[in-house]
Design a protein around this ligand. Structure first.
Ligand SMILES: Nc1ncnc2c1ncn2[C@@H]1O[C@H](COP(=O)(O)OP(=O)(O)O)[C@@H](O)[C@H]1O
Ligand SMILES: O=c1ccn([C@@H]2O[C@H](COP(=O)(O)OP(=O)(O)O)[C@@H](O)[C@H]2O)c(=O)[nH]1
Ligand SMILES: [Mg+2]
Length: 235
């Protein structure tokens, strides 16, 4: 079962309706405004024209925790647009962009690509989409990622999902993934788990403290996990 951690802001606490529909009601149809007054102004105008921001869900969890699998289910059932930070980076490698070689080496080593590179790719993907609701999968992976997103995009996520899965299960899934990824091997996974614990968990804790985090048990079948996710979005 998912559970919302720490306190519930008044907007979310009193109704049985899903969080998404409550925010939708409070903010008007499919148009979302950022709810935080702490965010710095974006560096460049234009990510969210006329001050209108889409509904953003960050999807976090260790390697193999099931982020991509559950995002596909959320897209099918709730019509979100799925932006996987890892996929955006892999597309940069395949398109022989100037950063391609650097990104490939970073991914091979299980390290984190410089924040500005990833955030600019996310920004471009949001700008070129007509969608008003996005799942940003596998980002932010560090506090520095998070701060760079806030600086460049000028908004916080509305909610954050965290798939909680034991490391042995994550390793097993990654080593069985068979998508030909350069980082799905025992050595790289070990490094990715280290980075997840040291750099990504602090981001998860940050959103828990802000009352934005949904921690979801990431064990069991894909169906069982999706039934834990569904109530977060269901009307
Ligand atoms: N609940 C599950 N039980 C077993 N295997 C799963 C489950 N969810 C996903 N998988 C498989 O585990 C691998 C990693 O899942 P994926 O969604 O790519 O995770 P992530 O994006 O978090 O790395 C994939 O091969 C996927 O098919
Ligand atoms: O914001 C991001 C997302 C991904 N990556 C890199 O891309 C790899 C694969 O990420 P992905 O999210 O595809 O992996 P998953 O967790 O889904 O297995 C990571 O290990 C990092 O090396 C990164 O540097 N920054
Ligand atoms: Mg993934």
């Amino acid at each position: 079962m998912w559970r919302r951690t720490t306190w519930l802001p008044p907007l979310f606490s009193s109704s049985k309706r899903s969080l998404v529909s409550q925010i939708q009601g409070a903010y008007g149809l499919r148009i979302w405004r950022t709810m935080s007054s702490e965010i710095q102004k974006p560096e460049e105008d234009g990510t969210f024209p006329r001050g209108i921001t889409p509904f953003i869900t960050f999807v976090l969890g260790g390697p193999g925790s099931g982020k991509g699998t559950q995002c596909a289910r959320i897209v099918e059932n709730f019509g979100f647009t799925h932006l996987s930070a890892g996929d955006l980076l892999r597309q940069e490698i395949s398109s022989n962009s100037e950063n391609g070689a650097m990104i490939l080496n970073t991914i091979k080593d299980g390290k984190i690509v410089p924040s500005e590179v990833t955030v600019k790719l996310i920004q471009k993907a949001i700008e070129s989409s007509e969608s008003h609701k996005f799942l940003i999968d596998g980002f932010p992976r560090t506090e520095e990622n998070r701060l760079t997103y806030e600086r460049i995009i000028g908004a916080e996520p509305n909610i954050v999902l965290f798939f909680d899965c034991p490391p042995e299960e994550m390793v097993k899934r990654v080593l069985n993934r068979r998508q030909g990824r350069v980082d799905d091997n025992a050595n790289t996974v070990k490094e990715r788990l280290k980075i997840f614990r040291a750099l990504s968990l602090p981001v998860v804790n940050y959103y828990a403290k802000k009352g934005k985090l949904y921690k979801i048990d990431g064990t069991g079948t894909e169906d069982e996990i999706f039934e834990r996710v569904r109530p977060i979005f269901a009307a």
